[in-house]
Design a protein around this ligand. Structure first.
Ligand code: S3P
Length: 437
């Protein structure tokens, strides 16, 4: 974790974004590459790995469990898989920093191991809900303990025999689904999960890429425990969630024209493109291909006149991490934008509904938070100091707001940008954002 937690961004108004860049690797896929590579048989070679703090926390946790991992070196990581039963008991609690994905997925994996373990996190992660994974895991026979309020640390008692379950998820969550699929690899019989709405399917794709049979049919995902994973090569595409800041920035800043290369275009992740296009954004896709089981494309974005919309609820899980940036787009779009059905935003790295509404209001925008979304009126972004609450995506979203603000925007508490987007300030400045630290 970065030692300088007081980092703050200063954005001078105006400018436009131009150029061709490749944003860092996909965080979700990078986490999974370490986890699945570690429990595969053989050596997995990863390219395009995101060396952000969240993924490094996952990587270090597996090193603590005896897995030999080389890198990351320019996005290259080599994992000497130990097989499904080769992980070793860590000598101390595994600290996962800010990484919610890591904690939820690893709880499923560790619940099935022969040894006891404990997972801890930073202040933000220590306040996030974990019963969504510990409760269904308990029905599989797992033994875990959280705080009384269901938050980390999570203590996991090993040596349990897990049984497959049929689980209907109450919330659309890829982390919960993936946690149960990882536990299901070790469980007796079949584990089946029903999703209320499609969520990112990187776990299913990567399991299949490693030769494990996963049956997917509409909203059902099933696998049978007791198989094995075969090491492979994993090409991690650029993260569409990181590309989002630039898609929004280029859309709102007149004269912008950018190309974001080799971005992951998994259909369960492209809600942001669908929503921006509904708002009138000028987005074209080139070089579309499939790499290692995941679709990728180069995304060209040119400035456009955006209009406010009612965001279709079926797009919410497909754009769940992109709303902070989309709220900035909404402030710059003509008319009203309404988001509903996004209560999950309240339990991310921060309460993203409240954090964005507060910040937008400080900047002079009429942004009204609701229980499960926000109503935003178009307006002129002013100037002021906003809080990111240590949330990387809030910080980067407000940075893009500077492209259309009247005065300086100062964003507090930005060090966690390194969890998902190391090098953001330099890259953004090179493309034309007037940003300094
Ligand atoms: C993720 C799933 C999403 C997302 C998170 C990454 C994943 O969380 O917000 O940033 O990699 O599985 P939920 O499953 O809680 O929606």
């Amino acid at each position: 974790m970065s030692s300088e937690r007081e980092s703050r961004f200063k954005i001078q108004p105006g400018g436009k974004l131009t150029g061709k860049i490749r944003v860092p690797g996909d965080k979700s896929i990078s986490h999974r590459s370490i986890m699945l590579g570690a429990i595969a048989d053989g050596t997995t070679e990863v390219s395009g790995f995101l060396d952000g703090e969240d993924n490094l926390a996952t990587l270090n946790a597996f090193r603590e469990m005896g897995v030999n991992i080389q890198g990351p070196d320019n996005g290259r990581v080599v994992i000497e898989g130990v097989g499904l039963h080769g992980l070793k008991k860590p000598t101390k609690a595994l600290c996962l920093g800010n990484a919610g994905t890591s904690m939820r997925l690893m709880t499923g994996l560790l619940a099935a191991q022969a040894f006891d373990s404990e997972l801890t996190g930073d202040i933000s992660l220590s306040s996030r809900p974990m019963r969504r994974v510990t409760e269904p895991l308990a029905t599989m026979g797992a033994k875990t303990a959280t705080t009384e309020t269901g938050t980390p640390p999570i203590k996991i008692s090993g040596g349990q025999t897990l049984k497959g379950i049929d689980y209907v998820m109450p919330v659309a969550s890829a982390q919960v689904k993936s946690c149960l699929l990882l536990a299901g690899l070790y469980a007796e019989g079949r584990t089946c999960i029903t999703e209320p709405a499609p969520t990112r399917d990187h776990t299913e794709r990567m399991l299949q890429g490693l030769g494990y049979s996963v049956e997917t049919d509409d909203s059902h995902i099933c696998l049978t425990g007791g198989g094995k994973l075969n090491a492979t090569k994993i090409d991690v595409p650029a993260d569409i969630s990181s590309a989002t800041f630039f898609m929004v920035g280029a859309s709102i800043a007149s004269g912008s024209d950018i190309t974001l290369e080799h971005v992951g275009m998994n259909p369960t992740r492209i809600g942001v493109i669908n929503i921006l296009r509904l708002m009138g954004a000028d987005i074209t896709l080139n070089n579309e291909k499939t790499v290692g089981g995941e679709p990728v494309a180069d995304i060209r974005v040119r400035a456009a006149k955006l209009k406010g919309i009612r965001i279709p609820e079926d797009q919410v899980p497909l754009a769940i991490d992109e709303f902070p940036a989309l709220f900035v787009a909404a402030a710059c779009a003509e008319g009203e934008t309404v988001l509903t059905g996004a209560r999950e935003l309240r339990v991310k790295e921060s309460d993203r509904i409240q954090a964005m509404a507060d910040g937008l209001q400080i900047l002079g925008i009429d942004a009204q938070p609701t229980e499960d979304g926000m109503v935003i009126q178009s307006g002129q972004l002013g100037s002021g100091t906003v809080e990111s609450h240590g949330d990387h995506r809030i910080a980067m979203s407000f940075a893009m707001a500077g492209l259309r603000s009247r005065g300086e925007i100062v964003i507090n508490d930005c060090a966690n940008v390194d969890t998902s987007f190391p090098g953001f300030v330099t890259l953004a400045a090179n493309m034309g954002l007037n940003i300094s630290e």
